[in-house]
Write a protein that binds this ligand. Structure first.
Ligand code: C5P
Ligand code: MG
Length: 338
């Protein structure tokens, strides 16, 4: 095997025979040969050090020849997979700062949570926008007794309330009566709205009815007799009335529900219409009122039944018979001296 020095010398002879042998040429060629010799003898053979020749770059690379079909490719040999990239410690060094930041953050958060647990709830600072916004009712159930009286139109609510007022000293507030009074009050901005609703058996917006009821309750409590026990008749006729009243005015103790078949209620209303002078005691309005009762008011009864606050009474018999049952059931619910 030829030594690197001998190879360099041969190369020098070959090159000098191809180019004119001027002194400067010879000197240059000699230097070139010596430089080649030096590089061949000192550099270890390495894949990275070999620069690809232009023809090698034009040759299709393994990836360019790769087929994406899953079937066999005849006699073509699958090129071996490229070697895995060398693992470098640099990636691990970049990863650790994140681990440290996350660990510090989690630790700090746990510390804050544990410290907050030690503070009694009353002393914990709550951001203003997270403060509870639920209003407190104007009257508490401990000071004021409210019984809602429900039933379809013509079920006999007003008749039973009058007897309870007489015997037990309740204050009777009929939502329908308050609305009719407001409708007729000179200068009322709700007059026409109430008139239209009543005629069509529709429900008046809760804000109006609740404001009238609260005003009437305040007036009753401010009077010399200062009665704090209320029968609120014909209310709530819709879920929003029920929820709002209990939220802003007073929680109700229970609901007296007078249950009566439509045929009986219609008979009573048509009879009453002969003398009542009410704009809604006629066949057309009665039909609409029944519809509203089934669709809008019965869900209120169902809501209170779910909370076990309903005293349901069959309102088909005579007023005396219904009243006897009413007294008996109220005694059971509220005690003998209700
Ligand atoms: O209770 P009454 O039958 O007197 O009610 C008459 C009308 O007053 C209802 O048909 C309805 O239009 C209106 N009203 C209401 N909300 C209530 C009570 C009565 O809109 N809670
Ligand atoms: Mg009535």
């Amino acid at each position: 095997m030829a030594t690197p020095a001998r190879q360099a010398w041969r190369q020098l002879i070959r090159t000098s025979s191809r180019s004119p042998a001027t002194p400067s040429n010879l000197l240059q060629q000699q230097r070139l040969a010596l430089r080649r010799q030096a590089s061949t003898s000192t550099r270890a053979p390495s894949r990275r050090a070999v620069a690809p020749s232009p023809s090698a770059l034009l040759r299709p690379q393994p990836s360019a020849r790769r087929s994406y079909s899953s079937g066999p490719q005849g006699n073509q040999q699958t090129p071996p997979p490229p070697p895995p990239p060398p693992r470098s410690n640099g990636n691990q060094v970049k990863f650790w700062p994140f681990v440290i930041v996350i660990a510090c953050g989690s630790g700090g958060y746990m510390l804050l949570v544990n410290r907050r647990k030690e503070i009694p709830p009353s002393q914990r600072a709550t951001p203003p926008d997270m403060a509870p916004t639920k209003p407190t009712p104007a009257f508490s159930a401990a000071d004021v007794t409210v019984l809602f009286v429900l039933g379809g139109p013509g079920a006999g609510k007003g008749t039973q309330c009058a007897r309870l007022v007489h015997d037990y000293g309740f204050t009777h507030l009929s939502a329908g009566d308050l609305l009719r009074a407001e409708q007729d009050r000179p200068g009322s901005q709700y007059g026409q709205l109430i008139r239209d609703c009543i005629k069509n058996g529709a429900i008046v917006p809760q804000e109006v009815t609740i404001a009238l009821l609260e005003q009437a309750m305040r007036a009753a409590m401010a009077a010399a007799s200062a009665n704090r026990r209320f029968l609120i008749d014909g209310f709530p006729r819709k879920m929003d009335q029920a929820l709002k009243f209990e939220e802003v005015v007073c929680p109700a103790r229970l609901v007296l529900f007078y249950d009566c078949p439509e045929a009986e209620m219609e008979r009573r209303l048509m009879e009453r219409g002969k003398t009542s002078g009410r704009a809604d005691d006629n066949a057309d309005s009665i039909r609409k009122r029944f519809r509203t009762f089934v669709d809008t008011s019965m869900p209120v009864v169902t809501h209170y039944e779910a909370g076990d606050r309903v005293v349901k009474i069959d309102a088909t018999p005579t007023p005396d018979q219904v009243y006897a049952v009413t007294q008996q059931r109220l005694k059971q619910a509220l005690g003998d001296k209700f």
